[in-house]
Design a protein around this ligand. Structure first.
Ligand code: BES
Ligand code: MN
Ligand code: ZN
Length: 486
């Protein structure tokens, strides 16, 4: 999809030459200053009880006299701020994409003003609305005809909003990559395939990509990561990708993404229902690659390193068993009481590995616990950090990018449950507070690092009729990285 800005001429919105006109209506009255033919249609519909100024309200009109665009769609956009605007754009584009329009002009009317956040949200919503997964379903509905969207702007804002659309396109490309990779089934999106995708991204976006093999991980002493991989016929891959756009000596931001390409639970086997969704258990890894893609496309002046431990969690004659004790790269020993708590077992070695980059901050991203879904549902990502300033930065980035998180506690009392008779720690605590004990486990491997953990179990994908990956939290992470670039 192509995005641009456009200035309304003397005839205003009614004179715009697009196939369709999407009018986002802010406020609670027919906006003063709206071109007469459009204002008349809207006022008549309000009068007839067919439109009101409430969320979700829309009005379609075809070949309105005096309006050049053949199709007009009004959608209510709340107070016109970025969040309801994004929902309204998604609704409007979702409706219009089914029709014959190739070009769409989009305008905000009413008592609200456009900003950069609107431009970015527009691109995100439109790209999401037209996304069709087809890599294993070539018969999927053909891509919509819609190929160009122009945002109607004031002359004074044109340069800033054109630049914001461009940023939005880079971000949407990153979100799209994460969504696409996570949607691919486990038999295709194997650890090797993820490594290939990382290398491909490296070539197209100027990243330095390195893939450590099993023997390399053995030499490094990654006994915890390798223990999860040992039950699978797929070789593990430990992927390190770097975008070095900042000053040579500037400490990097390091992102660590959980890359379990399929999670059966291992010997602590998961129930059959919905187990297919465990192909999304590499959503953290996908979001790291997506963020690298976005940041590299923006040519951001920042050093960003992505680390992805990737493997499958399978039951097998060689698989880890409850009670097994493994030695992590940090030297700490772990009693594996539940082989389904595998995410933390691969992340702990990746966190230890991250130390060598002397990072400014480390953020890990993982579909880590069902308990986080129970705590926060599917709207907010779980954020854990002992560092107040870092937590505040991440929360703010989430709000700004409309990809919100919520802070969870990390009191030392929660560590109690990880005690083991046979190792330095167990890999699970009691069921209560499961998302927090998982984070407490990771915390034991972060030493002096400035570290935060994002549990995206509830936000990385959607279940049910609209089953599919969301590409979250690429928007949060990209915003976070950019704000650190200054
Ligand atoms: N990948 C799962 C977490 C998950 C489960 C995410 C359901 C989204 C939906 C993770 O590896 C896991 O199995 N966690 C266990 C931990 C437990 C054994 C302590 C869980 O949440 O049940
Ligand atoms: Mn698991
Ligand atoms: Zn898992």
């Amino acid at each position: 999809m192509d995005f641009k800005t456009q200035i309304a001429g003397a005839q205003g919105l009614a004179g715009l030459g697009a196939d369709a006109l999407l009018v986002l209506v802010a406020g609670d009255a027919v906006p003063a200053g709206l071109d007469t033919p459009l204002a008349e249609v809207l006022a008549a519909a309000v009068n007839d009880g067919d439109f009101s100024f409430k969320p979700g309200q829309a009005l379609y009109a075809h070949r309105v006299t005096g309006v050049k665009a053949a199709r007009v769609l009004f959608v209510h956009a709340g107070d016109g701020s970025a969040k309801p605007w994004r929902k309204a754009v998604a609704q409007g584009v979702g409706q219009l994409k089914a029709g014959g329009s190739k070009t769409l002009a989009l305008a905000l009317v009413g008592p609200a003003a456009l900003g950069a956040a609107h431009a970015e949200a527009l691109v995100a919503a439109a790209e999401e609305a037209v996304y069709v997964y087809r890599s294993t379903k070539p018969s999927a509905a053909p891509a919509p005809k819609l190929r160009s969207i122009s945002l109607v702007v004031d002359k004074t804002q044109q340069a800033a909003l054109t630049a914001a659309l461009k940023q939005g396109e880079a971000l949407a490309a990153g979100v799209g990559l994460a969504r696409e990779l996570a949607n691919r089934p486990g038999n295709l999106a194997t650890p090797s395939a993820l490594a290939d995708e990382a290398r491909k991204l490296g070539r197209s976006h100027g990243l330095k990509v390195e893939v450590l093999e099993r023997k390399d991980a053995e030499k490094l002493g990654m006994g915890s990561f390798l223990s999860v991989a040992q039950g699978s016929a797929e070789p593990p891959k430990f992927i390190v990708a770097r975008w070095l756009g900042g000053a040579k000596n500037a400490a990097p931001v390091v992102l660590v993404g959980k890359g379990i390409t399929f999670d059966t639970g291992g010997i602590s086997l998961k129930p059959a229902a919905e187990m297919d969704e465990m192909k999304f258990d590499m959503g953290g890894a996908a979001s790291v690659l997506g963020t690298l893609a976005a940041v590299a496309q923006m040519k951001a002046k920042v050093n960003l390193i992505g680390i992805i431990p990737a493997c499958e969690n399978m039951p097998d004659g060689k698989a880890i068993k409850p009670g097994d004790v493994v030695t992590s790269m940090s030297g700490q020993t772990i009693e594996i009481l539940n082989t389904d708590a595998e995410g933390r077992l691969i992340l702990c070695d990746a966190l230890t590995y991250a130390e060598r980059f002397k990072p400014a901050v480390v953020v890990d991203i993982a579909t880590l616990t069902g308990a986080c879904v129970i705590a926060l549902g599917h709207h907010r990502t779980g954020l854990f950090s002992a560092d107040d300033a870092l937590a505040a930065e991440l929360l703010a980035a989430g709000e700004q990018a409309l990809d919100p998180a919520w802070r969870m506690p990390l009191d030392e009392e929660y560590d109690e449950g990880l005690k083991s008779h046979f190792a330095d720690m167990a890999n699970v605590g009691s069921r209560a507070g499961g998302a927090i004990t998982a984070a407490m486990f990771l915390k034991r491997f972060t030493g002096k690092l400035r570290w935060a953990h994002l549990d995206i179990a509830g936000t990385a994908w959607k279940s049910g009729a609209a089953k599919g990956a969301t590409g979250r939290p690429v928007a949060l992470l990209t915003q976070f990285v950019l704000s650190r670039a200054g």
